[in-house]
Write a protein that binds this ligand. Structure first.
Ligand code: LMR
Length: 459
């Protein structure tokens, strides 16, 4: 296989020195570089056939012109739009990154310390394997699943959960959905609105999205819609739920709602896919894990997609993990082997640096304390912003009070497309087309300007 692949490669990109000869040879119907080398023989001993006739190759060369231009990812495009805006008072409420009261997204002190240690102690960058850094994967587990939590300690004790590292939360969601598909799932129930990439990944994998309303127009969870969905879902389906800090609404299930959801999920027979991308940004590391742990306590099998991109501030380093829980510990190896094969075909192995830094933090109680302290500061600041929005009451026709009780980085401001454009063009306020704002983009210095802008565009 390998020699065939390399012969195809040399055919597509002949070495510069061979190029003039290739052109010459074309006229006689033989292109140099198209011929397999002498060593390339089929197992039968017969020489391998020529990969492609030159005429066909020339037709194939125009295949890429069939591709239609695609719009840039709407969320990621906002980063550039905001950067290109020369106005001094512009406000970036677009992509989900935490910002300090000064508007910065600094590297965590705990990460800096771990990186320093990594620099001094790491003695190899040799490949690890498709599962990535298993020290990282295991060190994170007590925080996600809770070794002392009565809901999950037996599951952990019985070794019923295992995981692997992924490139960020997106890699984790991608792998979770690909595993579900490989296991026979074709339809995924998910509350909408949701993180736009959820639907994009499902579409890319050929999975059918069965949407239901995540929240009511009154800004609370639509439990009836979820219950109807769970009554319809069955074996062969998956149900994707956000563990905490719902993206884009900030509207989460309360613990008592999770208490209702978990048995209904179990009764449905559908596979739970739990996306936990913001643990610690809502109410705390333990509190934000309630839903995931409650579901795991009730069902025989589940997949958890995890991101460290936000709670360790490692966005561009892409640090995530996917965890699988099975009814019996000895069923895990087969499932994980599918995960490894899918990863190998997609990205081979995840980037190491960020995960290694997280592992070093989690192995050192002093760095853990520093990290948790930094996380508390982030959460506290977002709570202050939310409290200030809620205290404002309303901005023009928009009621801001529900934002006080919502969680994490995001909330929806119910504006029309036109109003969102006016926020951008007239006021330099950049928010997603869904009306989603990153509340961490607001500071005590710009929040009044934001409220006034919302009032203006809804007047
Ligand atoms: C977001 O929703 O803004 C973040 O999760 C970043 C992303 O990848 O979309």
């Amino acid at each position: 296989m390998r020699s065939l692949a390399s012969s195809a490669r040399s055919f597509l990109t002949p070495a510069p020195a061979a190029r003039s000869f290739s052109l010459l040879a074309l006229s006689s119907g033989l292109a140099a570089g198209y011929l397999p080398c002498a060593a390339e023989k089929a197992p039968s001993g017969q020489p391998l056939p020529l990969p492609l006739a030159p005429a066909k190759a020339m037709r194939a060369a125009i295949m890429l012109t069939n591709l239609k231009a695609q719009p840039a990812d709407a969320l990621l495009a906002l980063i550039k739009l905001h950067n290109d805006d020369p106005r001094a008072g512009k406000i970036d409420l677009g992509v989900g990154v935490y910002r300090t009261g000064q508007g910065d997204t600094p590297v965590f002190g705990a990460i800096k310390a771990a990186e320093q240690r990594l620099l001094e102690t790491q003695n190899s960058k040799a490949y690890l394997g498709p599962e990535g850094d298993m020290g990282f994967v295991h060190a994170l587990m007590p925080y996600v699943f809770g070794t002392a939590d009565p809901m999950t300690k037996e599951i952990l004790g019985a070794g019923r959960i295992e995981g692997m590292q992924t490139p960020g939360g997106t890699g984790a969601v991608r792998l979770a959905l690909a595993l579900a598909k490989q296991a026979g799932v074709s339809r995924v129930f998910m509350g909408t609105p949701s993180w736009p990439n959820h639907a994009q990944i499902m579409n890319d994998l050929g999975l059918t999205l069965q949407g239901f309303a995540h929240n009511t127009t009154g800004g609370v969870v639509d439990m009836e819609a979820l219950k109807d969905a769970l009554a319809e879902a069955g074996p062969g389906d998956a149900v994707l739920l956000h563990g905490c800090c719902h993206n884009p609404t900030g509207i989460d299930y309360s613990p008592s709602q999770w208490d209702e959801i978990a048995p209904l999920l179990a009764k449905s027979g559908a596979l739970p896919l739990l996306d936990l991308a913001y643990q610690g940004l809502g109410h705390g590391m333990e509190e934000d894990a309630y839903g995931v742990r409650r579901v795991l306590a009730e069902v025989p099998e589940a997949i958890v997609a995890y991101s460290c991109d936000k709670n360790f501030g490692l966005y561009r380093d892409r640090v995530g993990a996917v965890y699988v829980m099975m009814a019996e510990a000895d069923q895990l190896a087969a499932v994980l082997s599918n995960g490894h094969a899918l990863a190998r075909a997609a990205w081979s192995m995840p980037p190491d640096h960020g995960a290694a830094a997280v592992r070093l933090i989690l192995e050192d109680p002093k760095l853990v304390a520093l990290w948790l302290d930094e996380l508390d500061t982030m959460r506290e600041r977002m709570r202050q912003v939310r409290a200030k929005l809620a205290a404002a009451g309303s901005a023009g026709k928009v009621d801001l009070t529900p934002m006080g009780g919502q969680n994490g980085l995001f909330s929806i401001v119910p504006l029309t497309g036109e109003q969102i454009m006016a926020m951008r063009e007239k006021h330099g306020v950049y928010m997603a087309g869904s009306g989603r704002i990153n509340v961490a983009g607001l500071t005590m210095g710009n929040i009044d300007q934001f409220i006034a802008a919302v009032a203006d565009v809804t007047a």
